[in-house]
Ligand binder design. Structure first.
Ligand code: NAD
Ligand code: DAU
Length: 351
């Protein structure tokens, strides 16, 4: 079936992988990427597909009701994959209101416009909301997050994502809007903004700068290669059941300090430095406020019902990721210097 698909946040890290996958795999779909191009949005991420006939970029803010209304009228979307968000926990501690605005209000504006546009015919419509495992709170040493785990968000970021999930389900129950939510664990891979642990550490090691590890480095995260997340979104979008939530994860738990040690070894090898050189850069710093101890996802529902499984072992994915960053120094330079924010003006505004 031909789709008129809105993808929000497609210039960001995960969004750009989702847009690339969909644009290349579904030439019959009309795909609109809506992104405000905040500090985290980088159209250079999509330079390889920007001229494809089934792809359009629209710059705009999901909290802007008038603009979103016009966009829905103009394109008559039948489906939405919603990724646009403020995504960094440390920033949410500094500026919670920005997270409430985009993640809660922005999601509600999109839901409301989907409801208005689809009110007379809900067949073949879908609002797919991309969320996080952080809504479940923090685990102790044992156990996994299941789809039935009670929400217990503990940072302003996770509280805003939990709230947006609740609005999505409220629209399902109240208005019968066809919705799906997926809650994913930590992603890593190419085009990841170097404020998050893995790309920050790669960037700092490359430049012989300290690698900050919060607290004692004992916190545990469950890492998934970003292209596996994009494949999961593709699977759930096409085969998932409406009204359901699906957990996505790699069954791949790492203590931060062990992950950084592994990354240091890979960096030493790929940079041709003597073993142990990069590890000397590890620096323990003040802990994050309210730092969740452990996340770990049970992704067996997605595996059993829809047949999805991660494709890469972590070491292999991390090797690929390091290789990508070392081969794409210009991307990293443009992001860290701020030059990437010129790309929209140069490539789009002159059209
Ligand atoms: P990101 O910060 O890299 O990208 C977010 C994108 O949203 C950017 O392109 C930004 O410009 C855009 N955006 C922000 N505010 C906007 C607004 N008001 N209007 C329009 N666009 C706006 O984030 P990411 O890591 O790619 O995460 C994407 C989604 O996946 C988020 O919803 C996040 O909560 C979720 N998620 C992320 C992870 C992860 O590990 N990164 C894991 C699970 C879920
Ligand atoms: O679990 C999914 C979530 O993963 C997503 O919803 C978020 O959008 C995404 O940012 C990510 O959140 P985290 O807070 O887990 O990711 P981050 O890379 O910021 O941190 C990973 C771990 O590393 C965490 O325990 C904090 C720690 N850390 C982070 C940074 C930036 C450090 O020790 N040092 C650092 O400099």
């Amino acid at each position: 079936m031909k789709r008129r698909l809105l993808i929000t946040g497609g210039a960001g890290f995960i969004g750009s992988h989702v847009v690339r996958l969909f644009v290349n795999k579904y030439p019959d779909y009309q795909i609109v990427n809506l992104d405000a191009l905040t500090y985290a949005g980088n159209l250079e991420n999509l330079a390889d597909i920007q001229d494809k006939p089934n792809y359009v970029f629209e710059k705009g803010d999901i909290t802007d009701e008038t603009f979103i209304d016009q966009l829905f009228q103009q394109y008559q979307f039948d489906s939405v994959i919603h990724l646009a968000a403020e995504s960094h926990v440390d920033r949410s501690i500094m500026d919670p209101l920005a997270f409430i605005r985009t993640n809660v209000l922005g999601t509600a504006v999109l839901l409301n416009n989907a409801r208005k546009l689809w009110k007379d015919d809900l067949t073949n419509k879908l609002f797919y909301h991309v969320s996080t495992d952080e809504v479940y709170g923090s685990l102790g040493e044992e156990g996994l997050f299941h789809e039935t785990t009670a929400y217990d968000p503990r940072s302003p970021y996770s509280a805003s994502k939990a709230s947006s999930d609740h609005f999505v389900m409220a629209y399902y129950h109240t208005y019968h809007l066809p919705v799906i939510i997926s809650n994913c664990s930590n992603n890593y891979g190419s085009h990841h903004f170097p404020e998050k642990l893995i790309p920050l550490a790669i960037h700092n090691i490359k430049n012989n700068k300290p690698v900050p590890v919060y607290g004692k480095g004992e916190n545990v995260r469950d890492w998934l290669f970003v292209e596996d997340h994009a494949r999961a979104i593709d699977t759930i979008f096409h085969q998932g059941r409406t009204g359901e939530t699906y957990n996505i994860g790699g069954f791949n738990e790492w203590k931060n300090i062990d992950l950084i040690q592994l990354l240091c070894n890979i960096m030493d090898r790929q940079l041709g430095r003597p073993e142990g050189t990069s590890a000397q850069l590890i620096t323990f710093v003040k802990d994050r406020a309210g730092h969740d101890l452990r996340y770990a996802i049970d992704a067996s529902k997605l595996n059993k019902e829809l047949g999805w499984a991660p494709s890469l072992q972590f070491e292999e994915g991390l090797e690929k990721t390091v290789s990508w960053y070392l081969a794409n120094e210009t991307w990293l330079h443009n992001v860290t210097s701020g030059e990437y924010q010129q790309y929209y003006n140069e490539q789009y505004q002159k059209r």
